[in-house]
Design a protein around this ligand. Sequence first.
Ligand SMILES: Nc1ncnc2c1ncn2[C@@H]1O[C@H](COP(=O)(O)OP(=O)(O)O)[C@@H](O)[C@H]1O
Ligand SMILES: [Mg+2]
Length: 366
Amino acid sequence: MNRFSILIVDQDLKFADPAAKLLREQGYAVRVARDGPAALEMIAGLPVDLVLVNFRLSGGGGRELVERLLNRYTGSPKIIIIDCDDGGIRAELPPGEIAFLSKPVGNDVLLETVRNSLKTKGSVPGEGSSERFAALENFFPFLAHEIRNPLHAIGGAVTILEKRLDLKDEVVDRSVRIIKEEVEYLSGFVQECLDFVRPQLRRRLTDVDVNEVAEVAIGVVSYIFPGAPGKTQLVKDFDPHIPKIPANYEELKRAFLNILKNSFEAVGEGGRVAIRTKFAPGPGLVEVSFSDNGTGIKKENLQNLFTPFFTTKLRGTGLGLAICRRIIAENHGGEISIRSEEGAGTTVKIELPAGAKSPRGGSRAI
Ligand SMILES: Nc1ncnc2c1ncn2[C@@H]1O[C@H](COP(=O)(O)OP(=O)(O)O)[C@@H](O)[C@H]1O
Ligand SMILES: [Mg+2]
């Protein structure tokens, strides 16, 4: 889905919602944020090409947001400022870089201004948002390839050694286990980074059976955490009547896998991980929930879960949930939400539209 992405930042939903609808009808990918911090978090998760900011955001957040956007070294979305009657600030801003609109904004004027602003960005959506990011997009897959080839070789060689060696020798046994664990860790690390930077090209939607994706993801995690079946109880509760949904199979698998990995990492002895699928015919949503009785999440961390590179783990990438959000909310128009209580456990819930792609899309953590 190669199209420009736009973020509308306005607490005035009478403007934001119809404007989002209008722009989506024109084929733009549109998200809405209510305030500056939410906007910056969204942009951190996925760079945007254009930001429409209400300058009168409550608490003076509009001005601060514009200044932050102008100072971003990693990306430079185009900016349209709405409702800025302050002549002073206009003079301070770089001439020609920013467009201005006043409410009420007519549909034609809005579309024209958006089109003009994006015109100067070049013809490749998403790319102009960050030169550095674009360079990374090219370089990282190359780097990943160079790391993964020897990793596969090491993994294969150690499997052969394992068969020949005397594993009753404790030192040999421990060494083999360390090599295998480290190979697994590094593969996972490279994969998460790759998923994060890889440009979204040629995304193919097919009719996907979510139960099947869940089953496959469970198979993969059981392989990654080989000791888990004895230690962690896995509960499956799949609704046999859920319809197939238009989705990208590989992406959904990746999202489920990231969530399951977090659950398995969070539970200890006596752990329990439950996966449920359900179809809600009213809103036409397929729901998938992943619950665990693991460590839970500290209240102060809830707001950061989807922020790229946020991790509480010694060797985490902090990219797993950022990738999930992109897959579920941005790419599938669904929602991902997290409920957690420290010491009690965590539930991650995904809702995916069963029919044509709906223009929802969001993430929440409570
Ligand atoms: N099921 C869970 N139980 C407890 N904490 C979780 C769970 N899922 C996510 N988290 C928290 O969210 C953070 C970010 O997760 P993620 O984006 O997957 O990155 P990573 O797993 O590399 O740390 C984790 O470091 C952890 O603090
Ligand atoms: Mg993770």
